[in-house]
Design a binder for this molecule. Sequence first.
Ligand SMILES: [Zn+2]
Length: 277
Amino acid sequence: MKTISLCIKYSCLLAVIGGFAYCARNPYTATNKVYRQHAKSYAKVLRQQPGELSGANGVAAPSWVGTINFNIRKPSMVIIHHTAQNSCEQTLKTFTMEKTQVSAHYVICRNGTIHHMLNDYLRAWHGGVAKWGNLTDINSASIGIELDNNGTEPFDSAQISSLLVLLDTLQHRYNIPTANFVGHGDIAPGRKVDPSAFFPWHQLAEKGFGGWFKDTSATVVPESFNPLLALRIIGYDIKDSSAAIMAFKRHFMPADSLPGLSDAGKKILLNLQQQYQ
Ligand SMILES: [Zn+2]
């Protein structure tokens, strides 16, 4: 029993060798404690009954009458990233160091292990300066998922299998619309390129995570077609038009790394625009 209680204390990583039991200390015990302290302080914020207005200009502070009909706001988007690091362990360290100021809700290792790092209802710091449609505070609306991948290699099938199970859970739990599963590179064109062109967006779309185009063999693109407007309708920030086109192609036409938009690209874009209108 003593072994068991020690192991619980040190978050058990137990090995029995020749009849002896060893417990390895959880390297994240201290940061888990900080997590609990932060969560406690935000729970306190939820209990507050705020009454102050900013710049009231003689308007009296609101009188508090608490409604009894409410629940908690929930995430409505999922943003997928690659870590651009060399191991899951390295990313767990990065996300538990205060000086980095970055985090995600989930980290999925190459072997399919899923690490949950933040309650889905809380705001992780993974999107940075970004825009999708008219939404700019992506972190407030989304769940961030980081895939352990250095950005120049294919994604492991075990990792993608775990991702699909996680996405299915999140989609059902929070009722996330199909089109709201996007990549970091989609919401920050020109600034971010993750997940890379190796990422299997088509495979995800077949399971209902993220938009995809239908057969374009019979598509005729009219003279009046405006590709930038189509990108805008899908959600892309078109401030830097060539960056937006590259982001679109990385997601929907990963084999085409040339700049600009081919006829095939225009057909795909038109097809997607028609789905979003
Ligand atoms: Zn990212």
